[in-house]
Design a protein around this ligand. Structure first.
Ligand SMILES: *Cc1c(COP(=O)(O)O)cnc(C)c1O
Length: 395
């Protein structure tokens, strides 16, 4: 839904926007929150209205007051021309790509991409005759050396999934602009609160809403916000593919948005403090967190991002898979499971060398991805300390 500028507020700090956007109490009997509209059919009052085709809502798949509320809020937060919702983060990635590529086109994808997005490129896109080349996230403006006459889009993600390498998004968008290439970004890690892709020249800004927007590990949702030039393409593809999200899920995402600023601040504080502590721990070889001064991506992160979320990686000292199992099984507060962005802490083992192609992943030992939740820092630290003791004993 396109942003309506008629009620633009002068209070534009993100924390304030999160509480005001996407609701209009005095248009709905004074109730603070917007209604959840469960719908398919929308009735027309009379035949004239039916033939005029200018009724605001025509069919629930094409939008409801509930989807409009979330889309309008995100459009303002992202600084976009418009936003659409999809049933999952992965469908947001695939829909964004399909909005800009056609058979015979070439797509550049960062080697540190979320693995299921890579799999989409290797299966569906390949079958549709779209060729994908993966590139080193360290390439800035030099990405132009990989451009072909048929290169149509670049899919970026920063920091990268599982290994957290930063990318110079500004340099990539600068290179792309000279060649009329679309730039897409999976910005799930930073959220529009800590990085605004469209303001940095990106055309399609993607969120797995499942993560921080929803924030409570109870909904699957994707969002795509578009620049002025990409918005008509996104609207057309999203509409033709028949994508929409359920009203209760959208409502929970809107509710999540209200506390996202507060939650992210706590995730950031807990995670940065944990990363610093882990950096000095004897069982940890390296910490993968762009907010740390020691991280190779720190300068880029500091230049472009206004914060860090709760997800980062650690490389343990060399040890066997059995030692990794001892570490994970010793944890009581960190759940072992995919996804992240909820209130709770998580720990999983990851092996990036199994799927990378453009770069080689080399690490001193096993990689653990941590999501630092909203529990008390001391409890989270003590739990990790226990896990690392178990690791030390088993390796
Ligand atoms: C989880 C995730 C997705 C996919 O989101 P789903 O809602 O699980 O489909 C996409 N990108 C990144 C970076 C993710 O972490």
């Amino acid at each position: 839904m396109k942003s309506s500028n008629d009620k633009e507020s002068s209070a534009s700090h993100p924390e304030t926007l999160l509480t005001t956007l996407g609701r209009d109490p005095h248009n709905f009997h004074g109730f603070v929150n917007p209604p959840v509209v469960h719908a398919s059919t929308v009735l027309y009052a009379d035949a004239d209205t039916f033939f005029s085709k200018n009724q605001t809502y025509s069919y629930a798949r094409r939008g409801t007051p509930t989807s409009d509320a979330l889309e309008q809020a995100l459009t303002v937060l992202e600084g976009a021309a418009g936003t659409v919702l999809t049933p999952s983060g992965l469908s947001a990635c695939s829909t964004a790509i399909l909005s800009v590529v056609s058979a015979g086109d070439h797509l550049l994808v960062v080697d540190t991409i979320y693995q299921p997005t890579r799999h989409f490129c290797e299966t569906v896109l390949k079958r549709m005759g779209v060729e994908t080349t993966y590139y080193d996230p360290a390439l800035g403006e030099d990405i132009a050396s990989l451009f072909k006459p048929n290169t149509k889009a670049i899919f970026t993600e920063a920091p990268g999934s599982q290994t957290f390498e930063m990318q110079d998004i500004k340099a990539v968008t600068r290179a792309a602009r000279n060649h009329d290439i679309f730039v897409l970004m999976d910005n799930t890690w930073a959220t529009p609160l800590f990085f605004q892709p469209i303001k940095h020249g990106v055309d399609l800004s993607i969120q797995a809403g499942t993560k921080y927007i929803v924030g409570h590990s109870d909904v699957m949702l994707g969002t795509i916000a578009a620049s002025e030039r990409a918005w008509p393409l996104l609207q057309e593809t999203h509409g033709n593919m028949g994508l929409c999200a359920g009203p209760d899920d959208i409502y929970l995402a809107l509710r999540g948005l209200r506390t996202m600023g507060t939650r992210l601040k706590q995730h950031q504080t807990n995670a940065l403090e944990m990363a610093r502590w882990l950096e000095g721990h004897a069982e940890v070889a390296r910490v993968l967190h762009p907010g740390l001064e020691s991280n190779p991506g720190h300068e880029l992160w500091k230049r472009d991002f206004t914060g860090a979320s709760g997800l980062f990686g650690i490389i343990l000292q060399p040890g066997s898979i059995n030692a990794v199992k001892a570490f994970l099984d010793a944890l009581t507060l960190y759940g072992m499971g995919y996804s992240w962005g909820g209130f709770e802490s998580l720990a999983i083992y990851a092996n990036p060398s199994s799927y990378r192609t453009a770069t080689k992943w080399e690490a001193e030992g096993p990689l653990i991805r941590l999501h630092i939740g909203l529990e008390h820092f001391d409890d989270l630290k003590a739990d990790l300390e226990n896990g690392l003791k178990a690791y030390a004993a088993a390796r």
